[in-house]
Ligand binder design. Structure first.
Ligand SMILES: Nc1nc2c(ncn2[C@@H]2O[C@H](COP(=O)(O)OP(=O)(O)OP(=O)(O)O)[C@@H](O)[C@H]2O)c(=O)[nH]1
Ligand SMILES: [Zn+2]
Length: 346
C-alpha cells in the first residue's frame, strides 16, 4: 500500500548518525518497538531481492550475506538500494540466513504503477540519486513520449535525470535531441564500439544511478562496459536460491570501480512498463521544465489539458515561443496529464 512508503517530513535530512536516536517530529509512538534492541545490528545495503530473500552487502566489509525479512517488516519489504540492519546469522556460511530487523529511512524512492490508472504503486529502488534514461537512436526507434514518462518518474522520485543515447553509430541523433533542447538535462552520446566512458564517469562518480530503458536499447551492453566485473561482484541474480530464473525482481545494485569514486549502478532489467498512476500532477509539470515558465502564466486552476480555456500553452504554441518542438512537447504533457487524470481527481 502506498502510504507505507511515503517518506516522513524531514526524513530526507537524516544520515547514519541519526539512526539510533531518530527524532520523532510528531512526538507520537515510535515506529518500531524493537529499535533499541537492535541498535548495534550491522548495517548493509540490499543488492538484490529474490523471492523474499535479500542479498545484503555488509557495510565496511566485502561480505554479501543472505537475509530474510524479519516478521514485523514482512508487509513493508525492502527493495534494492535499501539500507538495512541485520540480526541472526550474518556469516557467509553455506545455508546461513540473517534477518532484516530494520529498514533505514529512505532518501528517495523510485516507484511505478502497473499502468496509469493503477494507484497501487510498487517501489522499485530506494536511495538512488539519479536516473539514467537509456534510449537507442535506432533499432529500436526512439520515442519521445517514453522519455517524457521516465522524466516524470524521475522528477517524482526526486532523482536527477541523465539521458544516454545509445547506438549513435547507426544514426545521427541531432533531430531527435532537438525535442529536448529546452531541458537542462545532461545528454551523453554512446556507441558500444567507442563507449563515452570519461563523460559517463564524470556523471556517475559518487552517485547511485538507476538505469532504465526499454528492451533492446543496449542497456546491458552499456552497464557491462561500465562495470565489466558486475557478475562477480554481485554474485549474479540467482545465487541465493539457486532455483533457475524465477526471480521476483532482477533489479540489482552494482558497485562501480574506484575510478567512479564510490558510485553505484542500479540496473532494472525486469522493469518493462512505467505506469505513472501514483505521480502527482505538480511533479509531472515540473518534469516539463521547458514549459514551466509558460504554465506559470496560466489562469489559476488551469488544468493545462487540450480543452482548458485560456491555457497559456495554446497561446505560446500559436506565437511560436516554444520553438519547433513546442507543439509536440505540449502534446506529450497533455497526454500524460490525461493519463493520470483519474488519479488526481481523488
Ligand atoms: N550498433 C550498435 N548496436 C548496439 C549498441 N549497443 C548495443 N547494441 C546491440 O543492441 C542489441 C541489444 O543490446 P542489449 O545490451 O542486450 O540491450 P538491452 O537494452 O539490455 O536489452 P534487454 O536485454 O532486452 O533488456 C544487441 O544486439 C547489442 O549488440 C551500439 O552502440 N551500437
Ligand atoms: Zn494551462
Amino acid at each position: 500500500m502506498s502510504w507505507l512508503y511515503e517518506p516522513e517530513p524531514g526524513q530526507n535530512d537524516l544520515d547514519e548518525t541519526d539512526v539510533r536516536v531518530r527524532p520523532n517530529p510528531k512526538g507520537n509512538k515510535p515506529r518500531t518497538k524493537k529499535r533499541p534492541e537492535y541498535a548495534e545490528a550491522p548495517l548493509g545495503l540490499v543488492l538484490g531481492v529474490d523471492v523474499g530473500r535479500y542479498r545484503v552487502l555488509i557495510d565496511g566489509e566485502d561480505r554479501v550475506v543472505n537475509a530474510t525479512m524479519g516478521k514485523e517488516l514482512r508487509k513493508t519489504g525492502a527493495v534494492v538500494g535499501d539500507r538495512v540492519a541485520l540480526a541472526g546469522d550474518t556469516s557467509e556460511n553455506e545455508g546461513a540466513l540473517a534477518r532484516v530487523v530494520r529498514i533505514e529511512p529512505r532518501t528517495s524512492l523510485l516507484r511505478r504503477s502497473a499502468d496509469d490508472s493503477d494507484q497501487v504503486e510498487r517501489v522499485i529502488v530506494a536511495n538512488a540519486t539519479q536516473m539514467v534514461i537509456v534510449v537507442a537512436i535506432a533499432n529500436p526507434e526512439p520515442r519521445t513520449r517514453l522519455i517524457d514518462r521516465y522524466l516524470a518518474a524521475a522528477y517524482d522520485a526526486g532523482l536527477k535525470p541523465i539521458l544516454v543515447i545509445t547506438k549513435t553509430d547507426l544514426a545521427n541523433p541531432d533531430d531527435f535531441l532537438a525535442n529536448f533542447a529546452g531541458l537542462s538535462i545532461p545528454v551523453v552520446l554512446n556507441r558500444s564500439d567507442k563507449p563515452a566512458l570519461p563523460q559517463l564517469r564524470d556523471l556517475l562518480a559518487g552517485q547511485t544511478s538507476v538505469f532504465v530503458g526499454h528492451s533492446g536499447v543496449g542497456k546491458s551492453t552499456l552497464v557491462n562496459s561500465l562495470a565489466p566485473h558486475a557478475m562477480r561482484a554481485t554474485g549474479g541474480v540467482n545465487v541465493v536460491t539457486g532455483r533457475g530464473r524465477h526471480t521476483s525482481s532482477s533489479v540489482r545494485a552494482i558497485r562501480l570501480d574506484e575510478s567512479f569514486n564510490g558510485g553505484w549502478i542500479i540496473d532494472t532489467p525486469g522493469v518493462r512498463s512505467f505506469g505513472l498512476g501514483h505521480v502527482k500532477p505538480e511533479n509531472l509539470l515540473r518534469s516539463f521544465e521547458d514549459l514551466y515558465q509558460v504554465i506559470e502564466t496560466c489562469p489559476r486552476d488551469c488544468s493545462h489539458s487540450a480543452d482548458a480555456p485560456d491555457c497559456a500553452l495554446d497561446e505560446a504554441i500559436e506565437e511560436g515561443t516554444l520553438g519547433t518542438s513546442g507543439a509536440a512537447r505540449v502534446d506529450s504533457l497533455r497526454r500524460l496529464i490525461q493519463s493520470i487524470a483519474n488519479n488526481s481527481s481523488e
